[in-house]
Design a protein around this ligand. Structure first.
Ligand code: 5GP
Ligand code: 5GP
Length: 205
């Protein structure tokens, strides 16, 4: 598909490590101790040719009622606002920026249901723990050290995204991305996704 407004090739399902988010942002997060498990950042319809598109498409605005109580209680666990604790506002901004660009495929209810199901389908925190990749103040891993166990568990290549800690200058593992086909049904390799520079040494804290 072309990179026009609202057209996309595939989805990126992005999960974040809350402690890294809270470490690198300028203002502190609301919780004194961030969650110690990967949570959803967003489900982004994406293009291979124009990596940050589409976004902010026309399409329906977020409606709070679509996050019905049973769904809401699930998203509170899988998709919390780890910065300020305003979960509904975070869901609203993700839907309005990304979700509504693929509304023809996933309406708002399905968008959030599917995201939660993706989060449930593979527990990244547990996959890493089983490979002895656990938060540590000084140990570092290579990109492939971290990708390998995830690839083994999911049978698909994920993408890692890191953020540089401004105080220590170390690269911190921040996000793990899974890629899905354009219907958000089948997980695919992230090989064609525009890469981020792979740091030599990745910290997980
Ligand atoms: P960051 O600075 O974290 O890499 O990206 C900032 C924002 O740009 C992301 O939260 C997301 O909204 C958007 N973005 C970055 N990469 C992609 C991408 O590959 N696809 C889409 N659709 N948006 C992206
Ligand atoms: P993108 O705009 O596509 O979704 O992501 C970039 C934005 O998402 C950044 O401004 C980043 O601060 C925000 N973001 C990432 N995680 C969270 C969170 O847990 N809560 C809120 N409110 N924003 C978040």
């Amino acid at each position: 598909m072309s990179a026009g407004d609202g057209s996309y090739d595939y989805f990126q399902f992005v999960q974040q490590w809350p402690p890294t988010n809270c470490r690198v942002r300028k203002r502190p997060c609301s919780k004194p101790r961030p969650l110690q498990n990967f949570t959803i950042h967003g489900l982004w319809p994406s293009n291979y040719s124009n990596p940050t598109m589409p976004s902010k498409c026309t399409g329906s605005q977020f409606k709070k009622e679509n996050v019905y109580p049973q769904l809401r209680s699930k998203l509170k666990i899988s998709w919390p606002d780890v910065e300020s604790g305003n979960d509904t506002r975070f869901w609203e901004s993700e839907w309005n920026k990304h979700g509504r660009c693929s509304e023809q495929t996933l309406n708002q209810v399905k968008y959030f249901q599917r995201s939660h199901a993706m989060w449930r389908s593979h527990n990244v925190t547990e996959i890493l723990r089983n490979a002895s990749i656990v938060p540590h103040p000084t140990q570092t891993w290579t990109y492939s050290d971290i990708v390998s166990p995830i690839k083994a568990a999911t049978k698909r290549t994920p993408l890692l995204r890191c953020k540089r800690d401004p105080t220590t200058n170390t690269e911190l593992l921040h996000e793990v991305v899974f890629c899905y086909d354009y219907k958000a049904k089948i997980q695919i390799d992230c090989n064609r996704t525009a890469g981020y520079p792979n740091p030599q040494a990745i910290s997980f804290q």
